[in-house]
Design a binder for this molecule. Structure first.
Ligand code: AMP
Length: 246
């Protein structure tokens, strides 16, 4: 299985790291639109196995519900099969994988074997910024619409614009819980970042603390363009399409 993109260029594996509240979901969406390559989320793939009630789904149900990690072996195999699909020929964005050093090692070995080039993007956010971002989040208990005191306030303070319901703080957005989630993220991700510092020549730390998502994306685009991956983009630069100005 040799993965080559258009013009015989190496395929791209874009590995995206970002803590809860770093805007990783937004950046993934921008990147998928710009590059026209799929996003591969191991969390989504595992949930899909459970929904479909497959053997794998049954075997991981308890682990998933407890919020623990599924075995490296199983996740590595799912990813290996997924990236062999034709839509991954030019490249793909990995979201939530690798999660352990064991997964990272297997992934890098696999990429080297098939001639795919990795780019690692770490969205860096200040702890206190995330806490205020996440704890400022309010949700409508009836329709699920999300608001944010600073970035997306409701028209009337504390009231849902759509159905007039009183907004609430989600259980896992409470400050102690947010702190615990961030600490857990750092504990698990730190060794991976260390690993990629040594294993990859294309690892970038991008400041995503206070800048608008469009400005963060513009920096990622500039990095990708400099590496020669910009022309994977389905548009010319993609910048106009997304209304992004650096
Ligand atoms: P996520 O949607 O990325 O938060 O993942 C949801 C759950 O899926 C996690 O809590 C783990 O149980 C499992 N999971 C997702 N990705 C991985 C991975 N790379 N390695 C092991 N378990 C994973």
């Amino acid at each position: 299985m040799d993965q080559r993109g258009k013009n015989d260029r190496p395929a791209l594996a874009l590995i995206l790291f970002g803590s809860p509240g770093s805007g990783k979901g937004t950046q993934s969406k921008f990147l998928v639109e710009w590059l026209g390559i799929p996003q591969i989320s191991t969390g989504d793939m595992l949930r899909d196995q459970m929904r479909r009630g497959t053997e794998i789904g049954k075997s991981i149900s308890r682990i998933m519900k407890a919020g623990q990690l599924v075995s490296d072996e199983l996740v590595n195999k799912l990813v290996e099969d997924r990236i062999a699909q034709p839509d991954c020929k030019r490249g793909y964005i990995l979201d939530g994988y690798p999660r352990t050093s064991g997964q990272a090692e297997v992934l890098m070995e696999m990429l080297r074997r098939v001639g795919t080039e990795e780019v690692v993007i770490h969205l860096v956010v200040d702890y206190n910024v995330i806490i205020s971002r996440l704890t400022g989040r309010r949700v409508c208990p009836k329709c699920g619409t999300l608001y944010n005191a600073s970035s997306r306030p409701s028209l009337k303070d504390g009231i849902c614009d759509l159905d007039g319901e009183t907004l609430v703080v989600r259980e896992d957005d409470k400050e102690e819980v947010v702190r615990a989630r961030l600490e857990e993220y750092e504990r698990l991700t730190w060794p991976l970042l260390q690993f990629f510092e040594g294993a990859s020549e294309r690892m970038y730390h991008v400041d995503a603390s206070t800048r608008k998502p469009e400005a963060v994306f513009a920096e990622i685009q500039a990095r990708m363009n400099a590496l020669g991956f910009g022309d994977l983009g389905v548009g010319d630069s993609g910048v106009g399409e997304l209304g992004v100005r650096s």
